[in-house]
Design a protein around this ligand. Structure first.
Ligand SMILES: [Fe+2]
Length: 371
């Protein structure tokens, strides 16, 4: 028996050559799974496989974890944090450097190249007057949309009042919110499952304008108010913070779950609007469905688009487009309500309280309680 999954039938040697170009410096990589061995070794533009355990990096994992890795259900960082893999030689940096090759060979995800945007402007703004087809093409091509003026200032004022109410009730470790440490004490940075506690926010979650945008790629997609943190409200805290207020570059499936989450579509309702000063969203256009090199953000050849918004605008992004929510350069305070449309089959896999973030949030509370 060989551990190596079948390679994609339509494997493009140029794509493999691009993937392996960043991997070569990491040396060879061996997986030890149960009684089986698989070693990957870069050889020119090719990747050779053998069952000799002579990799410069050697990773041991259980058969179930290996299957999850190959099936794009769990990622290397997920397995590492869960204690589901151990290194007999080498370390995480070497494994992560192989990720582009592994994702291509295991699942056909090509390495990132600046995608042909077919003449589309990645900084374009759309409106609800654009046709579904026009919106869909922009979303499919670029990986995100910026739609202006979806909600009125009055609607956003009502939503902000509802957020004020929930924020006043929120407490650290209440399992309904996320907090960050600052020099002035703990500050609220996210309300989760917000529409289970607020009729006003529930009305926004169920608004037909969002349903239209959220179902551009999948007409059967569902909103999960009681799972996957439901509809959350992000609040950008200014200054130095400890915790998850500023989110570095990521794909929303970066901790795992790509095979069941994607192509979910997240809609960010701009309750306050956003700038670099209040905290905005950064995108790598056309990066969805592709894998960027490990630590790519230290390189200058990847285009980045900064999305500034007005009150009532919405952003729409495919979950595996590369994006970031950086530290506000000024006063902070951006508020964005996120409503996500998932493939209906997600309901078969993730029940209430079973999302990755639920587990992290619950463990944070446990740890705080022990302390
Ligand atoms: Fe995200």
């Amino acid at each position: 028996m060989t551990l190596a999954p079948a390679r994609p039938a339509d494997l493009d040697p140029r794509a493999l050559a691009l993937a392996v170009a960043d991997t070569r410096r990491a040396g060879s990589l061996t997986f030890l799974v149960g009684g089986h061995t698989l070693t990957y070794r870069a050889d020119g533009d090719e990747v050779l496989e053998s069952d000799v355990p002579d990799g410069e990096t050697v990773v041991r994992l259980e058969p179930g974890a290996w299957q999850d890795l190959v099936a794009q259900l769990r990622t290397p960082i997920n397995l590492l944090l869960a204690g589901s893999l151990t290194f007999e030689r080498g370390g995480f940096d070497q494994l992560a450097a192989w990720d582009r090759v592994l994702r291509y060979l295991h699942a056909g995800f090509p390495p990132y190249t600046p995608r042909d945007l077919q003449g589309r402007d990645p900084a374009a703004t759309m409106t609800l007057d654009d046709s579904d087809e026009e919106l869909r093409q922009q979303l499919e091509t670029v990986g995100y949309l910026h739609v202006r003026g979806v909600f009125s200032p009055e609607e956003m004022a009502a939503a902000n009042a509802a957020v004020d109410e929930l924020a006043a009730q929120a407490r650290p470790h209440d399992d309904q919110s996320w907090w960050v440490g600052t020099d002035d004490g703990d500050k609220l940075c996210r309300l989760v499952y917000s529409t289970l506690r607020s009729a006003a926010l529930k009305a926004i979650e169920q608004d037909p304008r969002l349903a239209r945008l959220g179902r551009l790629l999948d007409s059967d997609a569902v909103v999960t108010a009681d799972r996957m943190e439901g509809s959350a409200v992000l609040i950008k805290v200014p200054g130095q913070t400890q915790g998850l207020s500023n989110i570095p570059w990521h794909q929303d499936c970066g901790m795992g779950g790509h095979a069941i989450l994607c192509p979910a579509v997240s809609i960010g309702i701009q309750l306050t609007g956003s700038t670099a000063g209040s905290g905005n969203l950064l995108m790598v256009p056309g990066s969805h469905g592709q894998t960027l090199p490990y630590q790519w953000h230290n390189r200058s050849d990847v285009p980045v688009v900064e999305i500034d918004t007005a009150i009532g605008d919405v952003t729409v992004h495919v979950q595996d487009v590369m994006h970031a929510s950086p530290k506000p350069t000024g006063e902070g305070g951006r508020r964005t309500m996120y409503v996500t449309f998932y493939p209906r089959t997600l309901l078969d896999h993730v029940g209430p309280g079973e999302a990755f973030n639920d587990l992290v949030r619950n463990r944070t509370a446990e740890v705080a309680g022990l302390a």
